[in-house]
Design a protein around this ligand. Structure first.
Ligand code: PXP
Length: 230
């Protein structure tokens, strides 16, 4: 059964819409864990448009499973895992994967720094062999395969191509002893097919779970996704 990391950024987005205190993403953490998730994911954006530093500090205290922090630069709070993602202020969400190959030295230095603080490092990359090899060379512990192209594929033929790219990338990463997770754009429907790729041992899913939670509640939404990954 693949592990499930639940991204709770959208809860903070709703809070920020009124600039108040509700809903508090920190309050979501125990619910998400009780519903069977294996970890929580938050993206601390440079412009702090949703998750705030205070959220991160409190989450680090109360998350008992695993806290995966996505970010473009370093912060003081020490999560269990840092996922390095590209970040451009104007984009709505993370668009392409990180270009590891063109900035190997810089990423190697960042990875080393994080390792020295006892933090594992994951790189969010497109399913491309060159990027996987580069991730190995910068000594990352894991990669998160960008599933956005698969998720947005129009029609079965295009989805087949994107699925195959993910399957091959996952296999290649596994052979290089990188732990493999996947995320972005995954839903209760399109995640089903990915279960066939046994090398992907974890999924990080946000939008679809929070969208469903509005109607059926957070715990049930998490539990249903977790059940699907069985
Ligand atoms: N993984 C990464 C690296 C992301 O940047 C995001 C979006 O913040 C996700 C997973 C979750 O994507 P979604 O909200 O589409 O499930």
């Amino acid at each position: 059964m693949a592990r499930l990391g639940v991204n709770i950024d959208h809860i903070a987005t709703v809070r920020q819409a009124r600039g108040g205190k509700e809903p508090d993403p920190v309050a979501a953490a125990p619910l998400v864990e009780m519903a069977g998730a294996d970890g929580l994911v938050v993206h601390l954006r440079e412009d702090r448009r949703h998750i705030q530093d205070r959220d991160l500090t409190l989450l680090r205290e109360i998350v008992h499973t695993k806290l995966n922090l996505e970010m473009a630069a370093t912060v003081e709070v020490k999560p269990h895992l840092v996922t390095l993602v590209p970040e451009r202020r104007e984009e709505l969400t993370t668009e392409g994967g990180l270009d590891v190959d063109s900035q190997r030295q810089r990423l190697k230095d960042v990875t080393l720094l994080l390792h020295q603080s006892g933090i594992a490092v994951s790189l969010f990359i497109d399913p491309v062999l060159g990027q996987i090899k580069a991730a190995r060379r910068v000594e990352a512990d894991c990669i998160e395969l960008h599933t956005g192209r698969y998720a947005n594929a129009l029609g079965l033929k295009e989805q087949d191509i994107e699925f195959e790219a993910l399957a091959q990338a996952a296999r290649a990463a596994y052979k290089l002893e990188l732990a493999v997770s996947g995320g972005h754009g995954l839903t209760y429907h399109n995640v089903r097919r990915l279960r066939g790729i046994s090398e992907i041992v974890e999924y990080n899913i946000g939008h679809s779970i929070i969208a469903r939670a509005i109607f059926i509640g957070l715990e049930r939404a998490v539990r249903e996704m977790k059940e699907l990954l069985r």
